[in-house]
Structures are given as C-alpha cells and as structure tokens.
Design a protein around this ligand. Structure first.
Ligand code: FAD
Ligand code: FES
Length: 255
C-alpha cells in the first residue's frame, strides 16, 4: 500500500474545533466503516508521522472528520481547498454487519462519531434501521449529528443538558438494552465510554464491537507502536488486528 496524493475539494466546519475534510484521489480508496486512513499534509518535517482518521466516506472522493487536539490535527483543520494531502489506506479491519434479526445500535462519543456516521449510512443503504446514541459535554460537541438523524433514530445526550437528554450516553443505552435483547452494539469514542458500553453489553448479554482510537505511528503493522493489552493479557495491534475489536477481547467477559 502506498500513500496517494489527494487534493482537498471542500472544508466543512460542523462544530467548533472540528472540520470535515473532503478530498479527491486519482485512485479510489475502497474502505468499509471502521477502517481508517493515515494522513499527512505538506507541512515540512514536523510532525513527521502521519495521523490516523476514520473514514467517513470512501471511493474516489473521501472524507474524514478532524478534531483539533495537537500539532498535526491543528494543521489539518487550517487546510483549504486545493491543498495536498498524502493519504494511505484503507487501513485496518472494519465493523461486521449485524446478523439477521439483530437491531444495530450505534454508540458514539466526540470524534468517535466519524466511523458511526459511515456505518449508519451504510446500514440504512443495506435495509437496516440503525438507532444511534450520541453523547458529548455540550451541544457543540456533537458534530455531524444531523447525518446520524438522517440515517435512523437518534438519541443525543449532553452533560450540561444543552441538547438532548441531560447526562451520559450510557443512560439511554441502559434503557434500550433492558427493553430489547436483539440489539447488536457498535461503538467508538473516548476510552471510559467504550469501557462503560462494553460493561453494559456484557451485563445484558449483547454482542458489541468497539473501534479503538489509540495513538499510532505507521498504521500498517510494522512499528508495533499501537499495542494494547487484551483481556487475556496478550497484546493486540490496533492498526492491524483492529481498530475494530469484539469488546470482549479488549474489556473481558463471555462471548
Ligand atoms: C484508528 C484511529 C482512528 C481515528 N480516527 C479519528 C478521526 O476520525 N478523527 C480525529 O480527529 N481523530 C481520530 N483519531 C485520533 C487521531 O489520530 C489523533 O487525534 C491524532 O493522531 C493526534 O495528532 P496530533 O498531531 O494532533 O496530536 P499530538 O500532538 O500527537 O498529540 C496531542 C495530544 O493528543 C493526544 N493524542 C494523540 N493521539 C491520540 C489518540 N489517538 N487518541 C487520543 N489522544 C491522542 C496526545 O497524547 C497528546 O496529548 C483516530 C485514531 C485512530 C488510531
Ligand atoms: S501503528 Fe505501527 S504497528 Fe500499529
């Protein structure tokens, strides 16, 4: 797999500190929800390593949602149409499809919404009716929520109550898991949220896949810099074994 030269075609700003970068490539990047790309701008040597971003759209026109947290992402959110990006991908393994009779429920937190939007839109296209739960601190932390709403039922939560239900996303999740044992969970977001979602899934005997966003360097399985300790004590590599894992493999429990 080689880096592709791509051009930014559009920059959308769905919320403060977030940009949706749309880019066009000569060769399509055919990814599935949960897969990611490694991206580097033409900004000289610092930062030297590319950064990982979940695919929101793929094909000859791709899109990623970037949340500015450090050097690389702060440079990316300042990019303009016409700027060049080096993009490697699709990397890693994506989400599995829900088995027949299972109701897909997606749980997103923060920038973890990126792969959930792609998954929700794909599920809808395949005839499923996904339910999405999306949580943030305030209304400003829920980028792209309109796209989740357009793909099925959406329940939003905010810690300050500025939009949706007041509290954490695990509140409506618990309610939903009590009512419906046919749920298949998919989740991406901050580590404490993923752990809580995995715990709820385990308590209700619900299958759950989580997409991890741990720091990584090469993105293709060579540097061994993205190791996480699995529930059984072994090490898994987020870029090549994941980033999507069965929650039980990471957080423990019974399959
Ligand atoms: C598979 C995968 C998918 C991802 N998808 C997205 C996405 O769709 N959109 C998005 O905005 N980000 C995503 N990330 C996270 C993104 O790669 C990091 O935020 C980015 O690498 C930070 O680079 P930086 O140069 O801005 O920050 P740095 O200057 O390298 O670090 C700044 C701060 O951010 C912390 N940090 C660095 N990497 C991460 C990380 N992975 N998670 C949490 N904190 C981190 C550092 O510890 C430091 O405190 C994803 C990560 C992975 C592994
Ligand atoms: S990031 Fe290099 S092995 Fe995973």
């Amino acid at each position: 797999m080689d880096f592709l030269k791509t051009h930014i075609t559009k920059v959308e700003r769905p919320a403060a500190g977030y940009v949706l970068l749309r880019f066009q490539n000569d060769r399509p990047i055919e990814g599935v929800p949960g897969q990611f790309v490694m991206i580097r701008g033409e900004w000289g040597v610092d930062p030297i390593l590319p950064r990982a971003f979940s695919l929101v759209e793929t094909g000859s026109k791709g899109a990623v949602l970037v949340h500015a947290v450090g050097k690389g992402t702060k440079l990316l959110v300042q990019m303009e149409p016409g700027d060049v990006l080096d993009v490697l991908g699709p990397c890693g393994k994506g989400f599995s499809l829900p088995p027949a009779g299972r109701r897909p429920v997606l749980v997103a937190g923060g920038v973890g919404v990126a792969p959930m939007v792609y998954l929700a839109e794909n599920l809808l296209r395949d005839g499923h009716k996904p339910t999405s739960l999306f949580g943030g601190r305030t209304a400003a932390d829920l980028p792209l929520h309109e796209r989740l709403a357009a793909s099925g039922e959406l329940i939003m939560t905010t810690e300050d109550g500025s939009i949706g239900e007041k509290g954490l996303v695990t509140g409506p999740l618990e309610r939903l898991l009590k009512e419906d044992k046919t749920v298949q969970l998919y989740s991406c977001g901050p580590e404490p949220m993923l752990r809580a979602v995995a715990r709820a899934a385990e308590a209700h005997g619900i299958p759950c896949e989580v997409a991890l966003e741990s720091p990584m360097a090469c993105g293709i399985g060579t540097c061994k810099g993205c190791a996480v300790q699995a529930a059984d004590g072994s090490f898994l590599y987020v870029c090549s074994d994941g980033p999507v894992f069965d929650a039980v493999d990471i957080y423990g429990g019974t399959k």
